[in-house]
Design a protein around this ligand. Sequence first.
Ligand SMILES: C=C(O[C@H]1C=CC=C(C(=O)O)[C@@H]1O)C(=O)O
Length: 409
Amino acid sequence: MSVAIGLTRPPAVRTLSVGDPGDLVAALPDAAPSAWIRHGEGLVGWGVAASTAVPPGPDRFTWAKKWLAEVLGDADVDDDLRVPGSGPVAFGSFTFDPDEPGSVLIVPKVVLARRDGRAWMTTVDAAPTGEAVPTVEPGWVRYGDGSLSAPEWEHAVARAVQAIRSGRLEKAVLARDLMVTAENPIDARPLLARLAQRYPECYTFSVGGLLGATPELLVRRTGEAVESLVLAGTAARGGDADDDLARGAALFASAKDRHEHACAVSSVRQALTPLCADLRVPDAPELLVLPNVQHLASRVTGRLGNGASVLDVVEAMHPTAAVGGTPTATALEVIRELEGMDRAGYAGPVGWIDSRGDGEWGIALRCGLINGNRVRLFAGCGIMGDSEPSAELAEAQAKLRAMQYALEG
Ligand SMILES: C=C(O[C@H]1C=CC=C(C(=O)O)[C@@H]1O)C(=O)O
């Protein structure tokens, strides 16, 4: 079942405190690292101690947990820090659709981490030796249509609106993709550096070729505590401060966006209620302002009652109505009918887990899937009964700007 690359049995895992490593991205020695960074803190990894392609299917999370237990369960761990993210760590990305291939787990040979004034390095067996590979910029980039052209996608939005108005469902999130060809094979590092610098509030991630900066935290588990930042409802940034405030206020007052947001919050509440002894859901959202868009945001917190790991919680939560819709099963049908594409890891869970079951997982938004010198970019929008196709297209384009900036600077 497992693809463990040259691991000794049991693998020797060492975590040591290190001095301030400075910029985590600058420490990366190769072009295809694992990363999870917010406000300059987080975890980056390189080298592959073990990795696996998680087989598609309804039991993929069970399979993934079993693989992790097999590969790391008997590890000989020397970890004086014992904080979330120290000791053995796996990064992961799961496809949106459980039946599509492309989900991966990666245990890096080296993880460098920094949080709350502490920094540490974890090695699995011997750390890789050798020179760092020089960083390469993408060079020129060209954009082309993905699965649907812009007018075709607007037509798909109009059909979703019809389905909602006919009473078939309440909300569906429709996404589109854009194909990018670059001059050079994509090196993740310059893209990560730009995203982490421009989108500090987001989680800048890279796992198995999926790279982006998502504002949406699916779940963070720290011991019994869980936290989720639910996002749905979007407005553009204004041209100046007054315009910005006016657009934020209009978003806050918009019945369509508040309803769209309420669907997402309700799906998270439903998923977490059976797992949590004490679940707190705010009565009203706040505004999250990013460089390209602003969102309605609700921070949900709880205490796990049953010792579930972060991956158990991810399994229970995915897909929330921020990326699926309401009701979930009908929304997934409509997405399959209308989007005309495989979402791959976009809108799926992405993040990391440690051997105590702690970890942080986001919803993979504002991201691209790298394949050599090509990247497939994704963005989607919550569609409601009163959605305007042209406005949704503009919103998707604003969301795509994060990755365009990562590629072009
Ligand atoms: C589906 C995406 O965003 C979700 C998260 C925040 C706001 C959203 C919205 O307003 O439509 C989406 O639910 C995406 O960025 O591709």
